[in-house]
Structures are given as structure tokens and as C-alpha cells.
Design a protein around this ligand. Structure first.
Ligand SMILES: [Zn+2]
Ligand SMILES: [Zn+2]
Length: 373
């Protein structure tokens, strides 16, 4: 079929997204075609343009945070029907590899290929200017239609608004799971969340669900500090120094039980002040993606070891997509999860470069591209 999509032809050059005509093939084995309601715009998409995630291939169709309705089934599809509502998971889970079977589906082996530039079977579904186009995360939601493998699809109930549910494909579980699972927050804990955008706000919600007593957020943007309170922050401050003073006061000088870093781009210098704020035996979680060339981290190793702290990486919030995506939908339905408030502004696909600039400027918690459904 013919439609449009937002592509990058020269990754890493800050050329911006080109919205142009594309051709999408029919679904092959174990694939479905989905008409999307919306696509979130995530920093990871922008990393391709800035080069923080270097891609040795092009062109790429961006977007990895979508939800929509299944329109067509390819051969060998089981468990899905035309008309099903699905969230697209930015990392697939096959259900039978080692990581899936030991309860670490966020690290499904199939996910290793999401930036290889092909569908999981090594071929292209999207074509532009006579060339095969690689999808971001096997998805490519910067188009009103996608053809994707069913291992990337998680079925949800039809009463959940799809334009909101799109966010449950990446930013929501990444932040929420970082607090729920990666940090393993205990009832009554003091938690610091560094950076409250489309990921960090959900870490705030996760900390609330875990029963944290104090949830301190750090963000330089006044609007985000204000919004953090709506998501459950008990205190929100501008910088590390203010947070350190506050946490020290709250904890008799002990420090925070948990610090979670959910900034837009991770750099080495952010880690040590976060460690200093973490109490002895506490946990520091790093969720944000860093530029792949970022290797140097000034870190007080002596204190780190001698005070028994834990540094925990968090990919996709350590969630199990097939368990947690429907669970988040259920929490939303019960009024216990804020999705609507995450969406600051909606855009047409043609406005994607404006939307990305707004994200870079810190204007949005999440900007979302909406499609006519
Ligand atoms: Zn993302
Ligand atoms: Zn797997």
C-alpha cells in the first residue's frame, strides 16, 4: 500500500525528518498490518538524528511508540484477529528464548536486532525512492500504518483510548518499571528521580505505586516541576544541590534509599552526585540512554564499594511487556495511572520536526503524533 512516513536518510547529521511517500508490503509470516492511532516521540528517535545512537545504515523510518487496530493478518498468525487493539512494544518478546523464559522478557534475544535495519526476518517491508527502509525498533510508527511481527504486539482491551495507549510502548513502562522493578523500592522509601520528562514522570508513578514516602524530583524546567506534583512527587526541585540538602534533611543525613536517573541524555558526570545522594546500601538506577561513545565516568569508587551501594542499569524498566502493558492499562482504567497528563501537545506527522524541536527545548512531557483512525 502507499502511505507516508518520516525518514532519515543521513543519520547523525541533524538533517531532521523527511516526510515523504512510502510503500508498505503486505504482512508476511507471523506479521500483521496495523492502522495506528498515534505515535509518541521519544528521545531515542532523536538520538538517530543527532548521532548519539550511530546507525551504519539508512534510510530509517522512525517511531517506536505506537498503538492501533489490526487491519490485516499475514500467514501463520495465531492469537490475534482483525479488529484487535494492540500496543506496539518497542522491544519484542518471543516468549521462548532464554531471557523470556527466565522472566527477563525486556531482554528477549529477538530484541538484539531492533536496530539492524530490517524486519526480524532480515528483509524490508517499507520502501521509499526505490530503496528498502529500515524500521526503528522493528516498528517505524512515524507512519499511519505499520506491518510488524506479532512478537512486537501486545493486545489490550478496547475501552482504552489508543492515542493515549501509544505511550505504553516505550516511555511509560521504561520509567514506571525503573521504579517498580529495577529499583525495587520498598514501602516508606525516600526516592529521588532525576529528570521528569516522558520517562521520569512514570518513574514518579512507579514510586507512588511502590508506596514511597518521599518522592523528590529534579528538573530545571519549571513546568515539569509543577507537573511532577500531579504525578505524585512530594517535592520537586531544580538541581542536585537542592535535592541533596532536602534528602539529607528528610533522612537524618542518611541519603535517599533509591535514586533513579531518567534525564534526556545520560552523561558520566551525572552519576557521582547521584551516588553521593544515595544512602549506604541504597540503589542508583540508570535508565537514560547515553551517547554510545560515552565511556568516562568520574566516580568515587572507594565510597561506592565501602558503603555497599548498588548501581543498576534499566532497559525498558525491566518490565515484562505482555504482563505489564495490560497491567498499566488496567491501572489507567481504575484512575491509578496518569496517561492523559503525559501528553503535552499533539502534532500531525508533517509537523514532526517542530515536535522534535519542542522535545529538545524541554517543552513537552510527551509530544504525540496523532493519525486519523
Ligand atoms: Zn523510546
Ligand atoms: Zn524472547
Amino acid at each position: 500500500m502507499k502511505t507516508i512516513g518520516a525518514l532519515i536518510w543521513e543519520p547523525g547529521t541533524r538533517s531532521g525528518w523527511s516526510v515523504e511517500d512510502i510503500e508498505i508490503d503486505p504482512p508476511k509470516s507471523r506479521e500483521v498490518r496495523i492502522k495506528l492511532a498515534a505515535s509518541g516521540i521519544c528521545h531515542s528517535d532523536d538520538h538517530v538524528d543527532t548521532g548519539d545512537i550511530p546507525l551504519p545504515w539508512a534510510p530509517i523510518i522512525g517511531g517506536h511508540e505506537g498503538a492501533g487496530i489490526i487491519e490485516e493478518l499475514g500467514p501463520d498468525v495465531t492469537g490475534f484477529e482483525v479488529g484487535d487493539h494492540v500496543v506496539l512494544s518497542f522491544l519484542p518478546s518471543c516468549g521462548h528464548c532464554k531471557m523470556c523464559t527466565i522472566g527477563r522478557a525486556n531482554m528477549c534475544e529477538m530484541g538484539a536486532g531492533v536496530l539492524a535495519g530490517f524486519a526480524p526476518d532480515g528483509t524490508h517491508r517499507v520502501h521509499a525512492r526505490g530503496q528498502g527502509v529500515g524500521p526503528f525498533s522493528y516498528l517505524g510508527t512515524f507512519s499511519p500504518y505499520v506491518v510488524v511481527n506479532i512478537d512486537s504486539c501486545v493486545k489490550i482491551d478496547k475501552d482504552i483510548p489508543l492515542d493515549k495507549a501509544a505511550l505504553i510502548g516505550c516511555g511509560v513502562p521504561t520509567g514506571w518499571g525503573s521504579a517498580m522493578y529495577a529499583a525495587d523500592i520498598a514501602l516508606g522509601d525516600t526516592v529521588v528521580i532525576v529528570g521528569t520528562g516522558g520517562v521520569g514522570m512514570n518513574a514518579v508513578q512507579g514510586a507512588r505505586h511502590r508506596g514511597a514516602k518521599n518522592i523528590v524530583t529534579i528538573d530545571p524546567v519549571p513546568y515539569k516541576r509543577e507537573m511532577a506534583k500531579i504525578f505524585g512527587a512530594t517535592h520537586s526541585v531544580e538541581n542536585y544541590e537542592q535535592a541533596a540538602d532536602l534528602v539529607s534533611e528528610m533522612s537524618n543525613g542518611q541519603g535517599a534509599d533509591v535514586v533513579i536517573i531518567t534525564v534526556d541524555v545520560a552523561y558520566g558526570h551525572l552519576l557521582n552526585p547521584a551516588q553521593e545522594m544515595t544512602r549506604r546500601g541504597g540503589t542508583l538506577v540508570l535508565t537514560s540512554a547515553a551517547p554510545v561513545t560515552q565511556r568516562d565516568v568520574p566516580f568515587d569508587l572507594f565510597t561506592f564499594a565501602m558503603s555497599g551501594k548498588r548501581l543498576q542499569g534499566s532497559l525498558y524498566g525491566t518490565v515484562t511487556p505482555r504482563r505489564d502493558i495490560p497491567l498499566i492499562c488496567d491501572l489507567y482504567r481504575r484512575g491509578e495511572f496518569k496517561l492523559d497528563e503525559l501528553i503535552t501537545k499533539t502534532y500531525e506527522l508533517e509537523q514532526i520536526n517542530e515536535a522534535v524541536q519542542d522535545m529538545r527545548d524541554g517543552k513537552n512531557i510527551r509530544g504525540v503524533i496523532t493519525y486519523d483512525l
